[in-house]
Design a protein. Sequence first.
Length: 566
Amino acid sequence: MIEEIKQEIKTKLITYYKEKYDILLNVVVEEPKKAEMGDISVPMFVMVKTLKKPMPEVVSEGVLAIESFGLPLESVNPTGPFINIFVDKKKVSNRVLNEVYTEKENYGLSHIGDGKNVTLDYSSPNIAKSFSIGHLRSTMIGNSLKLILNKCGYNTYAINYLGDWGTQFGKMIVAYKNWGDLETIKADPIKELNKLYVRFHKEAEADPSLEDKAREAFRQMELNNPEYLDLWKWIREESLKESQQIYDLLDVTFDSYNGEAFYNDKMDSIVDELEQKNLLKEDQGAKIVDLGDDMPPALIKRSDGGSLYITRDLAAVFYRKKEYKFDDVLYVVGNEQKLHFEQLKRLVTKMGYDFSDNIHHVGFGLYLTNGKKASTRKGNVVLLYDVLTDAINLAMQQVEAKNPNIKNKEEIAKNVGLAAVVFADLKNYRGLDIEFNIENAVKFEGQTGPYLQYTGVRIASILKGKEFDPSNLNDELFLKTHYFELVKLVSEFKTAIEGAAKEYAPSIVAKYLLNLASSFNKFYSLEKINVEDEKTRNTNFLLAYSVRTVLNEGLRLLGIKYLEEM
Ligand code: ARG
Protein backbone atom coordinates (compact mmCIF):
# COMPACT_ATOMS: atom_id res chain seq x y z
CA MET A 1 0.00 0.00 0.00
CA ILE A 2 2.70 2.46 1.01
CA GLU A 3 4.65 1.27 -1.97
CA GLU A 4 1.64 2.09 -4.14
CA ILE A 5 1.27 5.52 -2.59
CA LYS A 6 4.96 6.12 -3.24
CA GLN A 7 4.56 5.12 -6.88
CA GLU A 8 1.53 7.35 -7.20
CA ILE A 9 3.33 10.37 -5.77
CA LYS A 10 6.11 9.74 -8.21
CA THR A 11 3.98 9.44 -11.34
CA LYS A 12 1.70 12.28 -10.32
CA LEU A 13 4.63 14.61 -9.65
CA ILE A 14 6.15 13.75 -13.00
CA THR A 15 2.84 14.56 -14.72
CA TYR A 16 2.49 17.74 -12.67
CA TYR A 17 5.88 19.13 -13.79
CA LYS A 18 5.38 17.92 -17.32
CA GLU A 19 2.07 19.73 -17.64
CA LYS A 20 3.13 22.87 -15.86
CA TYR A 21 6.66 23.42 -17.19
CA ASP A 22 6.85 20.95 -20.04
CA ILE A 23 9.90 19.26 -18.57
CA LEU A 24 10.41 15.64 -17.75
CA LEU A 25 11.80 15.53 -14.21
CA ASN A 26 13.51 12.60 -12.64
CA VAL A 27 11.46 12.37 -9.44
CA VAL A 28 12.86 10.32 -6.60
CA VAL A 29 10.54 9.01 -3.89
CA GLU A 30 12.13 7.14 -1.02
CA GLU A 31 11.86 6.15 2.59
CA PRO A 32 13.33 8.63 5.09
CA LYS A 33 16.45 7.56 6.95
CA LYS A 34 14.62 7.69 10.25
CA ALA A 35 11.06 6.47 10.80
CA GLU A 36 10.18 9.50 12.96
CA MET A 37 10.76 11.75 9.94
CA GLY A 38 7.90 10.18 8.02
CA ASP A 39 6.82 7.22 5.93
CA ILE A 40 7.81 8.70 2.60
CA SER A 41 10.37 11.29 1.59
CA VAL A 42 10.90 13.26 -1.63
CA PRO A 43 14.35 14.82 -2.02
CA MET A 44 13.80 18.08 -3.92
CA PHE A 45 17.40 19.12 -4.56
CA VAL A 46 17.31 16.78 -7.54
CA MET A 47 14.80 19.15 -9.14
CA VAL A 48 16.12 22.55 -8.11
CA LYS A 49 18.68 22.63 -10.87
CA THR A 50 16.25 21.84 -13.66
CA LEU A 51 13.50 24.12 -12.37
CA LYS A 52 15.95 27.03 -11.92
CA LYS A 53 14.16 28.31 -8.82
CA PRO A 54 15.30 28.74 -5.23
CA MET A 55 15.00 25.73 -2.99
CA PRO A 56 12.27 26.98 -0.62
CA GLU A 57 10.06 27.85 -3.57
CA VAL A 58 10.55 24.44 -5.17
CA VAL A 59 9.82 22.71 -1.89
CA SER A 60 6.65 24.64 -1.09
CA GLU A 61 5.34 24.18 -4.61
CA GLY A 62 6.03 20.46 -4.27
CA VAL A 63 4.11 20.33 -0.99
CA LEU A 64 1.07 21.99 -2.52
CA ALA A 65 1.19 19.68 -5.50
CA ILE A 66 1.39 16.53 -3.38
CA GLU A 67 -1.47 17.73 -1.17
CA SER A 68 -3.65 18.16 -4.23
CA PHE A 69 -3.29 14.53 -5.34
CA GLY A 70 -6.05 13.26 -3.06
CA LEU A 71 -3.94 10.47 -1.54
CA PRO A 72 -4.49 9.09 1.99
CA LEU A 73 -1.85 11.32 3.57
CA GLU A 74 -1.82 12.79 7.04
CA SER A 75 0.81 15.47 6.60
CA VAL A 76 3.19 16.75 3.95
CA ASN A 77 6.08 18.61 5.61
CA PRO A 78 8.82 20.74 4.05
CA THR A 79 12.06 19.82 5.82
CA GLY A 80 15.06 21.60 4.30
CA PRO A 81 15.52 20.20 0.80
CA PHE A 82 13.16 17.32 1.53
CA ILE A 83 9.43 16.85 1.63
CA ASN A 84 8.64 14.38 4.36
CA ILE A 85 5.28 12.71 4.29
CA PHE A 86 3.26 10.80 6.84
CA VAL A 87 0.55 8.63 5.42
CA ASP A 88 -2.86 8.59 7.02
CA LYS A 89 -2.29 5.56 9.20
CA LYS A 90 -5.97 4.96 9.86
CA LYS A 91 -7.07 5.07 6.24
CA VAL A 92 -4.09 3.10 5.00
CA SER A 93 -4.46 0.41 7.66
CA ASN A 94 -8.14 0.02 6.97
CA ARG A 95 -7.52 -0.37 3.28
CA VAL A 96 -4.65 -2.81 3.64
CA LEU A 97 -6.33 -5.10 6.14
CA ASN A 98 -9.64 -5.12 4.33
CA GLU A 99 -7.85 -5.92 1.12
CA VAL A 100 -6.32 -8.99 2.76
CA TYR A 101 -9.69 -9.91 4.24
CA THR A 102 -11.45 -9.87 0.88
CA GLU A 103 -8.63 -11.16 -1.31
CA LYS A 104 -7.46 -13.88 1.07
CA GLU A 105 -4.74 -16.06 -0.51
CA ASN A 106 -4.91 -13.91 -3.63
CA TYR A 107 -3.51 -11.01 -1.67
CA GLY A 108 -0.20 -9.93 -3.14
CA LEU A 109 -1.13 -10.96 -6.67
CA SER A 110 0.91 -9.02 -9.17
CA HIS A 111 0.53 -8.37 -12.87
CA ILE A 112 4.13 -7.69 -13.85
CA GLY A 113 4.25 -10.93 -15.80
CA ASP A 114 0.85 -10.87 -17.45
CA GLY A 115 1.06 -12.26 -20.95
CA LYS A 116 4.69 -13.37 -20.63
CA ASN A 117 6.02 -16.89 -20.97
CA VAL A 118 8.85 -18.19 -18.85
CA THR A 119 10.45 -21.58 -19.30
CA LEU A 120 12.17 -22.91 -16.18
CA ASP A 121 14.77 -25.66 -16.27
CA TYR A 122 15.30 -27.08 -12.79
CA SER A 123 16.12 -30.16 -10.76
CA SER A 124 17.53 -31.94 -13.85
CA PRO A 125 19.33 -34.76 -12.02
CA ASN A 126 21.69 -37.07 -13.81
CA ILE A 127 20.19 -40.43 -14.48
CA ALA A 128 21.96 -43.42 -12.97
CA LYS A 129 23.56 -41.26 -10.36
CA SER A 130 21.94 -40.66 -7.03
CA PHE A 131 19.78 -37.65 -6.56
CA SER A 132 22.29 -35.75 -4.49
CA ILE A 133 21.65 -32.97 -2.03
CA GLY A 134 23.27 -30.69 -4.59
CA HIS A 135 20.14 -31.13 -6.72
CA LEU A 136 17.96 -30.07 -3.81
CA ARG A 137 18.90 -26.47 -4.35
CA SER A 138 17.91 -26.57 -7.98
CA THR A 139 14.66 -28.37 -7.23
CA MET A 140 13.54 -26.08 -4.44
CA ILE A 141 14.73 -22.80 -5.94
CA GLY A 142 13.17 -23.72 -9.27
CA ASN A 143 9.91 -24.82 -7.71
CA SER A 144 9.65 -21.67 -5.63
CA LEU A 145 10.48 -19.47 -8.60
CA LYS A 146 7.76 -21.13 -10.60
CA LEU A 147 5.22 -20.40 -7.85
CA ILE A 148 6.44 -16.83 -7.43
CA LEU A 149 6.38 -16.16 -11.17
CA ASN A 150 2.86 -17.58 -11.41
CA LYS A 151 1.77 -15.27 -8.62
CA CYS A 152 3.12 -12.40 -10.74
CA GLY A 153 1.05 -13.43 -13.75
CA TYR A 154 3.74 -15.21 -15.79
CA ASN A 155 2.87 -18.32 -17.75
CA THR A 156 5.40 -20.88 -16.69
CA TYR A 157 6.61 -24.07 -18.24
CA ALA A 158 8.63 -26.28 -15.89
CA ILE A 159 11.15 -28.64 -17.42
CA ASN A 160 13.09 -31.36 -15.70
CA TYR A 161 15.95 -31.57 -18.16
CA LEU A 162 17.15 -34.98 -17.14
CA GLY A 163 20.85 -35.70 -17.57
CA ASP A 164 19.98 -38.86 -19.46
CA TRP A 165 22.50 -38.72 -22.30
CA GLY A 166 26.24 -38.35 -22.62
CA THR A 167 29.50 -40.25 -22.15
CA GLN A 168 28.55 -41.20 -18.62
CA PHE A 169 26.13 -43.68 -20.16
CA GLY A 170 28.98 -45.09 -22.15
CA LYS A 171 30.77 -45.53 -18.84
CA MET A 172 27.71 -47.20 -17.33
CA ILE A 173 27.49 -49.61 -20.22
CA VAL A 174 31.18 -50.51 -20.09
CA ALA A 175 30.99 -50.94 -16.32
CA TYR A 176 27.85 -53.03 -16.57
CA LYS A 177 29.32 -55.29 -19.22
CA ASN A 178 32.53 -55.79 -17.24
CA TRP A 179 31.37 -56.07 -13.67
CA GLY A 180 27.58 -55.81 -13.53
CA ASP A 181 25.22 -58.46 -12.32
CA LEU A 182 21.62 -58.01 -13.37
CA GLU A 183 20.07 -59.65 -10.30
CA THR A 184 22.04 -57.54 -7.82
CA ILE A 185 21.21 -54.42 -9.77
CA LYS A 186 17.51 -55.21 -9.91
CA ALA A 187 17.39 -55.55 -6.14
CA ASP A 188 18.57 -51.97 -5.57
CA PRO A 189 19.15 -50.34 -8.95
CA ILE A 190 20.41 -46.88 -8.13
CA LYS A 191 22.76 -47.95 -5.40
CA GLU A 192 24.25 -50.70 -7.54
CA LEU A 193 24.52 -48.51 -10.61
CA ASN A 194 26.25 -45.92 -8.49
CA LYS A 195 28.71 -48.50 -7.30
CA LEU A 196 29.41 -49.44 -10.89
CA TYR A 197 29.96 -45.80 -11.77
CA VAL A 198 32.38 -45.33 -8.90
CA ARG A 199 34.15 -48.53 -9.86
CA PHE A 200 34.50 -47.39 -13.45
CA HIS A 201 36.41 -44.29 -12.34
CA LYS A 202 38.67 -46.27 -10.04
CA GLU A 203 39.52 -48.83 -12.70
CA ALA A 204 39.95 -46.17 -15.38
CA GLU A 205 42.71 -44.60 -13.32
CA ALA A 206 44.73 -47.76 -13.80
CA ASP A 207 43.46 -48.53 -17.29
CA PRO A 208 42.77 -45.36 -19.33
CA SER A 209 41.61 -47.43 -22.32
CA LEU A 210 38.34 -47.84 -20.47
CA GLU A 211 37.61 -44.20 -21.20
CA ASP A 212 37.93 -44.86 -24.93
CA LYS A 213 35.64 -47.81 -24.63
CA ALA A 214 33.10 -45.68 -22.84
CA ARG A 215 33.22 -43.03 -25.56
CA GLU A 216 32.76 -45.71 -28.17
CA ALA A 217 29.79 -47.18 -26.28
CA PHE A 218 28.15 -43.77 -26.12
CA ARG A 219 28.77 -43.22 -29.82
CA GLN A 220 27.00 -46.53 -30.41
CA MET A 221 24.07 -45.21 -28.43
CA GLU A 222 23.93 -42.12 -30.57
CA LEU A 223 23.87 -44.46 -33.57
CA ASN A 224 20.84 -46.21 -32.04
CA ASN A 225 22.48 -49.47 -30.97
CA PRO A 226 19.37 -51.36 -29.80
CA GLU A 227 21.02 -53.39 -27.05
CA TYR A 228 22.54 -50.31 -25.46
CA LEU A 229 19.39 -48.30 -25.86
CA ASP A 230 17.34 -50.96 -24.08
CA LEU A 231 19.74 -50.94 -21.20
CA TRP A 232 19.71 -47.16 -21.17
CA LYS A 233 15.90 -47.04 -21.15
CA TRP A 234 15.73 -49.35 -18.19
CA ILE A 235 18.30 -47.38 -16.21
CA ARG A 236 16.45 -44.17 -17.00
CA GLU A 237 13.14 -45.53 -15.75
CA GLU A 238 14.62 -46.88 -12.54
CA SER A 239 16.33 -43.58 -11.86
CA LEU A 240 13.20 -41.60 -12.50
CA LYS A 241 11.33 -43.74 -10.02
CA GLU A 242 13.82 -42.76 -7.37
CA SER A 243 13.63 -39.08 -8.23
CA GLN A 244 9.86 -39.26 -8.29
CA GLN A 245 9.82 -40.35 -4.64
CA ILE A 246 11.58 -37.13 -3.78
CA TYR A 247 9.32 -34.98 -5.95
CA ASP A 248 6.27 -36.58 -4.33
CA LEU A 249 7.65 -35.93 -0.88
CA LEU A 250 8.40 -32.30 -1.68
CA ASP A 251 5.26 -31.88 -3.78
CA VAL A 252 7.23 -30.62 -6.77
CA THR A 253 5.86 -31.06 -10.28
CA PHE A 254 7.05 -30.55 -13.85
CA ASP A 255 5.37 -29.99 -17.17
CA SER A 256 8.02 -31.94 -19.02
CA TYR A 257 10.72 -34.51 -18.34
CA ASN A 258 12.39 -34.08 -21.70
CA GLY A 259 16.04 -34.50 -20.92
CA GLU A 260 19.21 -34.45 -22.95
CA ALA A 261 18.35 -37.65 -24.83
CA PHE A 262 15.24 -36.00 -26.24
CA TYR A 263 17.55 -33.83 -28.33
CA ASN A 264 19.47 -36.70 -29.90
CA ASP A 265 17.63 -36.26 -33.18
CA LYS A 266 17.46 -32.47 -32.93
CA MET A 267 21.15 -31.65 -32.95
CA ASP A 268 21.97 -32.29 -36.59
CA SER A 269 19.95 -29.37 -37.87
CA ILE A 270 21.65 -27.05 -35.39
CA VAL A 271 25.08 -28.32 -36.40
CA ASP A 272 24.09 -27.79 -40.04
CA GLU A 273 23.04 -24.25 -39.26
CA LEU A 274 26.39 -23.59 -37.57
CA GLU A 275 28.06 -24.99 -40.65
CA GLN A 276 26.02 -22.84 -43.02
CA LYS A 277 26.77 -19.77 -41.02
CA ASN A 278 30.47 -20.57 -41.25
CA LEU A 279 30.87 -20.77 -37.53
CA LEU A 280 32.14 -24.33 -37.31
CA LYS A 281 35.88 -24.95 -37.31
CA GLU A 282 37.90 -28.16 -37.45
CA ASP A 283 40.18 -28.64 -34.51
CA GLN A 284 42.14 -31.90 -34.36
CA GLY A 285 39.24 -33.72 -35.92
CA ALA A 286 36.70 -32.15 -33.58
CA LYS A 287 34.29 -29.37 -34.49
CA ILE A 288 34.39 -26.18 -32.49
CA VAL A 289 33.00 -22.65 -32.55
CA ASP A 290 35.27 -19.77 -31.62
CA LEU A 291 33.54 -17.52 -29.14
CA GLY A 292 36.03 -14.68 -28.87
CA ASP A 293 39.08 -13.87 -26.78
CA ASP A 294 37.27 -13.78 -23.48
CA MET A 295 36.07 -17.36 -23.42
CA PRO A 296 37.17 -20.77 -24.59
CA PRO A 297 35.66 -22.12 -27.81
CA ALA A 298 32.59 -24.33 -27.66
CA LEU A 299 33.24 -27.96 -28.50
CA ILE A 300 30.28 -29.00 -30.62
CA LYS A 301 31.33 -32.41 -31.89
CA ARG A 302 34.02 -34.75 -30.72
CA SER A 303 36.44 -36.17 -33.23
CA ASP A 304 34.48 -39.45 -33.07
CA GLY A 305 31.31 -37.56 -33.96
CA GLY A 306 29.84 -37.72 -30.45
CA SER A 307 27.77 -34.79 -29.23
CA LEU A 308 28.39 -32.79 -26.06
CA TYR A 309 26.49 -31.21 -23.23
CA ILE A 310 26.56 -27.82 -24.93
CA THR A 311 25.44 -29.28 -28.27
CA ARG A 312 22.34 -30.63 -26.57
CA ASP A 313 21.69 -27.41 -24.67
CA LEU A 314 21.96 -25.47 -27.89
CA ALA A 315 19.39 -27.71 -29.56
CA ALA A 316 17.20 -27.45 -26.46
CA VAL A 317 17.19 -23.67 -26.28
CA PHE A 318 15.96 -23.36 -29.87
CA TYR A 319 13.38 -26.05 -29.30
CA ARG A 320 12.09 -24.19 -26.24
CA LYS A 321 11.98 -20.89 -28.05
CA LYS A 322 9.91 -22.44 -30.80
CA GLU A 323 7.66 -24.68 -28.68
CA TYR A 324 7.02 -22.50 -25.64
CA LYS A 325 7.64 -19.08 -27.19
CA PHE A 326 9.47 -18.02 -24.08
CA ASP A 327 10.11 -14.41 -23.24
CA ASP A 328 12.67 -15.65 -20.75
CA VAL A 329 14.27 -19.03 -20.19
CA LEU A 330 15.73 -19.80 -16.76
CA TYR A 331 18.35 -22.39 -15.96
CA VAL A 332 18.46 -23.12 -12.24
CA VAL A 333 21.89 -24.68 -12.19
CA GLY A 334 24.92 -24.46 -9.90
CA ASN A 335 27.43 -21.61 -10.19
CA GLU A 336 30.05 -24.05 -11.44
CA GLN A 337 28.26 -24.07 -14.80
CA LYS A 338 28.54 -20.31 -15.26
CA LEU A 339 30.89 -20.59 -18.22
CA HIS A 340 28.70 -23.19 -19.91
CA PHE A 341 25.73 -20.80 -19.96
CA GLU A 342 27.86 -17.87 -21.03
CA GLN A 343 29.01 -19.98 -23.95
CA LEU A 344 25.43 -20.92 -24.74
CA LYS A 345 24.40 -17.27 -24.83
CA ARG A 346 27.36 -16.33 -26.99
CA LEU A 347 26.59 -19.15 -29.43
CA VAL A 348 23.01 -17.92 -29.81
CA THR A 349 24.28 -14.40 -30.50
CA LYS A 350 26.90 -15.62 -32.95
CA MET A 351 24.20 -17.47 -34.84
CA GLY A 352 22.49 -14.15 -35.33
CA TYR A 353 19.57 -14.43 -32.91
CA ASP A 354 18.58 -11.60 -30.62
CA PHE A 355 17.28 -13.43 -27.58
CA SER A 356 20.48 -14.23 -25.72
CA ASP A 357 19.68 -11.58 -23.09
CA ASN A 358 16.58 -13.61 -22.27
CA ILE A 359 18.65 -16.63 -21.37
CA HIS A 360 19.26 -16.51 -17.64
CA HIS A 361 21.57 -18.74 -15.71
CA VAL A 362 19.97 -18.68 -12.25
CA GLY A 363 23.09 -19.85 -10.48
CA PHE A 364 23.43 -21.09 -6.94
CA GLY A 365 26.20 -21.96 -4.52
CA LEU A 366 27.43 -25.25 -3.22
CA TYR A 367 25.87 -27.29 -0.51
CA LEU A 368 28.69 -27.89 1.90
CA THR A 369 28.97 -30.60 4.47
CA ASN A 370 31.76 -29.93 6.94
CA GLY A 371 33.05 -27.22 4.63
CA LYS A 372 33.45 -29.54 1.65
CA LYS A 373 31.53 -30.34 -1.45
CA ALA A 374 30.33 -33.89 -1.85
CA SER A 375 30.70 -35.65 -5.19
CA THR A 376 29.35 -38.79 -6.79
CA ARG A 377 32.57 -39.90 -8.36
CA LYS A 378 34.30 -40.48 -5.09
CA GLY A 379 31.18 -42.14 -3.80
CA ASN A 380 30.82 -39.96 -0.70
CA VAL A 381 27.67 -38.28 -1.87
CA VAL A 382 25.18 -37.03 0.70
CA LEU A 383 21.86 -38.44 -0.29
CA LEU A 384 19.02 -36.02 -0.33
CA TYR A 385 16.58 -38.67 0.68
CA ASP A 386 18.56 -39.43 3.83
CA VAL A 387 18.74 -35.78 4.77
CA LEU A 388 15.00 -35.43 4.36
CA THR A 389 14.23 -38.49 6.46
CA ASP A 390 16.68 -37.36 9.16
CA ALA A 391 14.95 -33.98 9.29
CA ILE A 392 11.55 -35.64 9.52
CA ASN A 393 12.75 -37.83 12.41
CA LEU A 394 14.15 -34.86 14.28
CA ALA A 395 10.92 -32.97 13.70
CA MET A 396 8.99 -35.90 15.13
CA GLN A 397 11.03 -35.72 18.35
CA GLN A 398 10.16 -32.06 18.70
CA VAL A 399 6.48 -32.52 17.97
CA GLU A 400 6.33 -35.32 20.56
CA ALA A 401 8.04 -33.16 23.14
CA LYS A 402 5.78 -30.18 22.55
CA ASN A 403 2.44 -31.74 21.79
CA PRO A 404 2.44 -35.50 22.49
CA ASN A 405 -1.30 -36.02 22.01
CA ILE A 406 -1.65 -34.24 18.70
CA LYS A 407 -3.43 -36.06 15.86
CA ASN A 408 -1.75 -36.68 12.49
CA LYS A 409 1.66 -36.71 14.13
CA GLU A 410 3.29 -38.36 11.13
CA GLU A 411 1.93 -35.86 8.67
CA ILE A 412 2.91 -32.92 10.85
CA ALA A 413 6.42 -34.21 11.46
CA LYS A 414 6.83 -34.76 7.73
CA ASN A 415 5.81 -31.21 6.91
CA VAL A 416 7.91 -29.70 9.69
CA GLY A 417 10.98 -31.69 8.67
CA LEU A 418 10.61 -30.72 5.03
CA ALA A 419 9.99 -27.09 5.94
CA ALA A 420 13.24 -27.17 7.90
CA VAL A 421 15.30 -28.38 4.97
CA VAL A 422 13.63 -26.22 2.35
CA PHE A 423 13.69 -23.02 4.36
CA ALA A 424 17.29 -23.50 5.47
CA ASP A 425 18.08 -23.45 1.80
CA LEU A 426 15.78 -20.72 0.50
CA LYS A 427 16.47 -18.15 3.21
CA ASN A 428 19.97 -17.72 1.80
CA TYR A 429 20.57 -15.74 -1.32
CA ARG A 430 20.86 -18.50 -3.88
CA GLY A 431 24.28 -17.44 -5.15
CA LEU A 432 25.93 -18.21 -1.82
CA ASP A 433 27.40 -21.49 -0.66
CA ILE A 434 25.48 -22.86 2.28
CA GLU A 435 26.59 -24.98 5.16
CA PHE A 436 23.64 -27.04 6.22
CA ASN A 437 23.08 -27.87 9.87
CA ILE A 438 20.08 -30.07 10.30
CA GLU A 439 19.70 -29.67 14.09
CA ASN A 440 19.48 -25.89 13.77
CA ALA A 441 17.19 -26.01 10.77
CA VAL A 442 14.56 -28.09 12.58
CA LYS A 443 14.34 -25.85 15.66
CA PHE A 444 11.08 -24.04 16.35
CA GLU A 445 12.95 -20.88 17.14
CA GLY A 446 15.52 -18.90 15.17
CA GLN A 447 15.37 -18.24 11.45
CA THR A 448 13.78 -21.53 10.48
CA GLY A 449 10.88 -22.89 8.49
CA PRO A 450 9.37 -24.54 11.58
CA TYR A 451 9.51 -21.15 13.35
CA LEU A 452 7.34 -19.67 10.60
CA GLN A 453 4.97 -22.62 10.71
CA TYR A 454 4.83 -22.31 14.48
CA THR A 455 4.01 -18.60 14.33
CA GLY A 456 1.20 -19.39 11.90
CA VAL A 457 -0.11 -22.12 14.19
CA ARG A 458 -0.08 -19.74 17.15
CA ILE A 459 -2.22 -17.30 15.21
CA ALA A 460 -4.49 -20.09 14.03
CA SER A 461 -5.15 -21.09 17.63
CA ILE A 462 -5.87 -17.48 18.59
CA LEU A 463 -8.40 -17.23 15.78
CA LYS A 464 -9.92 -20.67 16.16
CA GLY A 465 -13.71 -20.50 16.35
CA LYS A 466 -13.67 -16.69 16.61
CA GLU A 467 -15.81 -14.39 14.56
CA PHE A 468 -15.06 -10.77 13.98
CA ASP A 469 -16.42 -7.86 12.01
CA PRO A 470 -13.69 -6.30 9.87
CA SER A 471 -15.77 -3.18 9.27
CA ASN A 472 -16.11 -2.28 12.95
CA LEU A 473 -12.60 -1.38 14.03
CA ASN A 474 -10.87 0.85 16.54
CA ASP A 475 -8.92 3.06 14.12
CA GLU A 476 -7.02 4.82 16.87
CA LEU A 477 -4.98 1.67 17.40
CA PHE A 478 -3.32 2.12 14.02
CA LEU A 479 -1.57 5.19 15.34
CA LYS A 480 0.42 2.97 17.70
CA THR A 481 3.82 2.05 16.31
CA HIS A 482 3.63 -1.70 16.84
CA TYR A 483 0.22 -1.84 15.11
CA PHE A 484 1.22 0.28 12.18
CA GLU A 485 4.58 -1.42 11.70
CA LEU A 486 2.79 -4.71 11.31
CA VAL A 487 0.24 -3.30 8.86
CA LYS A 488 3.08 -1.76 6.87
CA LEU A 489 4.85 -5.10 6.66
CA VAL A 490 1.67 -6.85 5.54
CA SER A 491 1.33 -4.21 2.83
CA GLU A 492 4.84 -4.91 1.57
CA PHE A 493 4.10 -8.52 0.64
CA LYS A 494 3.60 -7.77 -3.02
CA THR A 495 6.82 -5.77 -3.20
CA ALA A 496 8.70 -8.76 -1.76
CA ILE A 497 7.11 -11.13 -4.27
CA GLU A 498 7.89 -8.86 -7.20
CA GLY A 499 11.45 -8.39 -5.96
CA ALA A 500 11.88 -12.15 -5.78
CA ALA A 501 10.47 -12.51 -9.31
CA LYS A 502 12.79 -9.86 -10.72
CA GLU A 503 15.94 -11.13 -9.02
CA TYR A 504 14.98 -14.78 -9.36
CA ALA A 505 15.60 -14.91 -5.62
CA PRO A 506 13.09 -16.69 -3.34
CA SER A 507 15.25 -15.55 -0.42
CA ILE A 508 13.57 -12.14 -0.70
CA VAL A 509 10.23 -13.73 0.18
CA ALA A 510 11.87 -15.91 2.86
CA LYS A 511 13.48 -12.93 4.59
CA TYR A 512 10.27 -10.96 4.36
CA LEU A 513 8.40 -13.76 6.13
CA LEU A 514 10.98 -13.86 8.92
CA ASN A 515 10.45 -10.13 9.45
CA LEU A 516 6.72 -10.50 9.43
CA ALA A 517 6.77 -13.37 11.93
CA SER A 518 9.13 -11.66 14.33
CA SER A 519 7.17 -8.43 14.08
CA PHE A 520 3.99 -10.32 14.89
CA ASN A 521 5.58 -12.13 17.81
CA LYS A 522 6.74 -8.79 19.17
CA PHE A 523 3.24 -7.44 18.77
CA TYR A 524 1.82 -10.47 20.53
CA SER A 525 4.14 -9.99 23.48
CA LEU A 526 2.80 -6.43 23.86
CA GLU A 527 -0.92 -6.89 23.23
CA LYS A 528 -3.60 -9.19 24.46
CA ILE A 529 -5.59 -10.07 21.35
CA ASN A 530 -8.89 -11.41 22.61
CA VAL A 531 -9.98 -8.41 24.72
CA GLU A 532 -13.36 -7.24 26.07
CA ASP A 533 -13.72 -4.13 23.94
CA GLU A 534 -15.40 -5.21 20.71
CA LYS A 535 -13.75 -2.74 18.35
CA THR A 536 -10.31 -3.41 19.73
CA ARG A 537 -10.92 -7.14 19.53
CA ASN A 538 -12.08 -6.86 15.90
CA THR A 539 -8.99 -4.87 15.04
CA ASN A 540 -6.68 -7.36 16.72
CA PHE A 541 -8.35 -10.33 15.09
CA LEU A 542 -8.29 -8.71 11.68
CA LEU A 543 -4.62 -7.91 12.06
CA ALA A 544 -3.78 -11.42 13.24
CA TYR A 545 -5.88 -12.86 10.42
CA SER A 546 -4.00 -10.75 7.89
CA VAL A 547 -0.61 -11.80 9.18
CA ARG A 548 -1.64 -15.44 9.11
CA THR A 549 -3.00 -15.15 5.56
CA VAL A 550 0.20 -13.58 4.29
CA LEU A 551 2.38 -16.03 6.20
CA ASN A 552 0.55 -19.01 4.75
CA GLU A 553 0.65 -17.68 1.24
CA GLY A 554 4.31 -16.77 1.60
CA LEU A 555 5.17 -20.27 2.78
CA ARG A 556 3.25 -21.71 -0.14
CA LEU A 557 5.35 -19.62 -2.52
CA LEU A 558 8.47 -21.21 -1.03
CA GLY A 559 7.05 -24.70 -1.47
CA ILE A 560 6.45 -25.15 2.26
CA LYS A 561 3.23 -26.42 3.81
CA TYR A 562 1.56 -24.34 6.48
CA LEU A 563 -0.13 -26.09 9.35
CA GLU A 564 -3.21 -25.73 11.52
CA GLU A 565 -1.59 -27.43 14.49
CA MET A 566 1.81 -28.66 15.50
N1 ARG B 1 22.08 -32.50 -15.40
C1 ARG B 1 22.90 -31.35 -15.15
C2 ARG B 1 23.72 -31.55 -13.88
O1 ARG B 1 23.27 -32.20 -12.96
C3 ARG B 1 22.11 -30.10 -15.02
C4 ARG B 1 21.34 -29.69 -16.23
C5 ARG B 1 20.96 -28.27 -16.18
N2 ARG B 1 20.19 -27.83 -17.29
C6 ARG B 1 20.67 -27.57 -18.51
N3 ARG B 1 19.86 -27.19 -19.43
N4 ARG B 1 21.95 -27.66 -18.76
O2 ARG B 1 24.79 -30.98 -13.77
